[in-house]
Design a protein around this ligand. Structure first.
Ligand SMILES: Nc1ncnc2c1ncn2[C@@H]1O[C@H](COP(=O)(O)OP(=O)(O)OP(=O)(O)O)[C@@H](O)[C@H]1O
Length: 298
């Protein structure tokens, strides 16, 4: 079963009363792949995650988790989940919360492995402290430890860094990269686009319940650009740059095959070249582009 994808979701659909929250969403997450789920508020990301994990019943569609239909409880044995809204038993210590989840998962994980999980999320010295006294960020770290403790093959993280400080976010990024190295698949729902851009192999962009775009980062960000700072740009030189976007002396053009040749031609025409910088559209720019060009009524 290890050659089946970690997640295979096909044509998921969910309506809440009159509101269609998810409308025909399909995607896969490969083994060891980190898939980012992006989209504006209310796009349907959490609904997709909940249907995927069997927490919400879809109106239509199917899901296979780690090679088993998600209607089979065994499909979730090797799945770790950090929900968007988390709350752990305030009267338990961090270690007791982990021990409880290990028992619920029905796996054998030793006390030292539990401590290792707490160490991974920076809570090693708080194992015996009651969760009720934890800050929100510490509770989120604990949630990550809960998601990881039972050695999952798939980890589903719904906004895992919403309560974390910048250092905590960097820790989570490292954690995600180490999961990837261990061939653990990750589905990451995050509004922090920079985070998604840094760790995800592939991205699915949802808008109003539908997949607006999907692909690897190079596929989504394919358009490469060259940014130049130029003065003395004559009409003849400008023709060489077409099509371009201009802000003052800053010109953005499609990346040409031969950058030195373009620069040499510009210089020959008397243009003064102050800076040349190849650039790629950021995921944020691309996301806004995609969402703005979506038809109003889908
Ligand atoms: N239990 C529910 N009852 C009624 N409507 C719901 C329920 N859960 C979600 N919805 C609706 O479904 C739509 C999608 O919500 P969902 O929480 O999946 O979006 P999201 O992309 O995760 O949003 P956010 O980024 O704000 O967390 C929204 O219009 C929401 O109001």
């Amino acid at each position: 079963m290890t050659d089946s994808p970690a997640v295979w979701a096909s044509h998921l659909r969910k309506r809440y009363k009159k509101r269609v929250a998810v409308d025909g969403v399909s995607f896969t997450v490969g083994r060891g792949e980190v898939l980012g789920l992006l989209g504006p508020n209310g796009a349907g990301k959490t609904s997709v995650i909940k249907m995927m994990l069997g927490l919400v019943r879809p109106d239509a569609g199917e899901v296979m988790l780690l090679g088993r239909p998600n209607t089979d409880p065994r499909s979730r044995e090797r799945v770790g989940y950090l929900p968007e809204l988390f709350r752990y038993q305030p009267w338990l210590s961090a270690d007791e919360v982990l021990a409880l989840h290990v028992r619920l998962a029905g796996v054998k994980i030793s006390g030292s492995d539990r401590r290792e999980s707490l160490g991974l999320v920076g809570l090693a010295d708080r194992a015996k402290d009651r969760v009720g006294g934890f800050s929100k960020g510490m509770q989120q770290r604990l949630g990550l430890a809960v998601a990881l403790v039972a050695r999952p093959e798939l980890v589903v993280l719904d906004e895992p860094t919403s309560a974390l400080d910048p250092l905590g976010r960097a820790d989570v990024r490292d954690l995600l990269l180490s999961l990837k190295e261990r061939d653990v698949a990750v589905l990451l729902n995050s509004h922090l686009i920079g985070e998604v851009e840094r760790v995800c192999d592939r991205v699915v962009i949802l808008d109003r319940g539908r997949v607006a775009a999907a692909g690897t980062l190079p596929e989504l960000l394919g358009r490469r650009e060259l940014r130049l700072v130029l003065t003395n740009v004559t009409a003849e030189a400008a023709a060489l740059l077409e099509p371009f976007a201009r802000e003052g002396d800053h010109y953005t053009v499609t990346l040409p095959d031969d950058v030195p040749a373009l620069i040499a031609d510009l210089v020959k025409l008397g243009v003064r070249v102050h800076a040349v910088e190849p650039a790629r559209v950021s995921l944020e720019e691309r996301l806004l582009d995609i969402l703005r060009t979506q038809p109003e009524e889908l």
